[in-house]
Design a protein around this ligand. Structure first.
Ligand code: YK8
Length: 177
């Protein structure tokens, strides 16, 4: 896998969780600029294991010329029971893109860790892996992996940049930046 984001933000852990994992203005705006449309989500629901789960459905717009312009996607998010409100959050997100070539072979697993650093700061880590449901022919596999990494890198670099902008807006004039 790859670590795409690993940085301390001047944003509390709780606020970061709300921004990324609830129906926040930040996420709505980010989806709008990424042309992610038709997003719907189940509420977070407690599992027997003690963790929480929810499922998102949306349509993504793709810029890769090898792929159709749109794909529907399903994202299953798990908030691990080891998470502690305001302190530490670990979320795994499995993303299935239903309408891309070879979609029945692979999915993407994104792991988000939000760790409290101080009252107003947190570290965000986003770790990504391309997972295979069945083994494709070697050349196909490297084709999928290569195209997935470039799309994921673009997405997470953009997310990081938007988070930095939000941080600048939030800390502006607060006097403790
Ligand atoms: C989520 C992983 C692969 C996919 C794409 C598929 C190439 C197909 C390979 C062929 C287009 C928002 C990606 C990047 C689309 C976007 C997905 C996003 C960024 C040519 C063999 C959507 C996180 C996420 C997870 C997986 C990403 C797809 O929040 O390359």
């Amino acid at each position: 896998g790859r670590l795409f984001v690993n940085r301390v933000f001047h944003i509390s852990a709780e606020k970061m969780f709300d921004m990324l994992f609830t129906d926040s203005n930040f996420l709505r705006r980010f989806m709008h600029v990424r042309k992610i449309t038709g997003a719907s989500s189940t509420p977070w629901q407690r599992e027997a294991s003690g963790g929480m789960k929810r499922t998102l459905n949306y349509t993504i717009t793709i810029s890769n010329p090898l792929v159709g312009k749109f794909s529907t996607a399903t994202e299953n998010q798990t908030l691990y029971k080891e998470s502690r409100e305001g302190q530490y959050y670990m979320i795994d997100a499995e993303v299935y893109t239903h309408d891309v070539p070879y979609h029945d072979y692979f999915y993407t697993q994104n792991r988000y860790c939000i760790i409290r650093n101080s009252k107003h700061k947190c570290r965000l880590r986003i770790y990504t892996d391309v997972k295979y449901k069945k083994q494709p022919w070697g050349l196909v596999k490297s084709f999928i992996t290569k195209n997935s990494w470039s799309g994921l890198e673009d997405y997470f670099k953009h997310l990081e940049a938007e988070l930095l902008e939000e941080e600048a807006e939030l800390t502006q004039g607060s006097g403790d930046a």
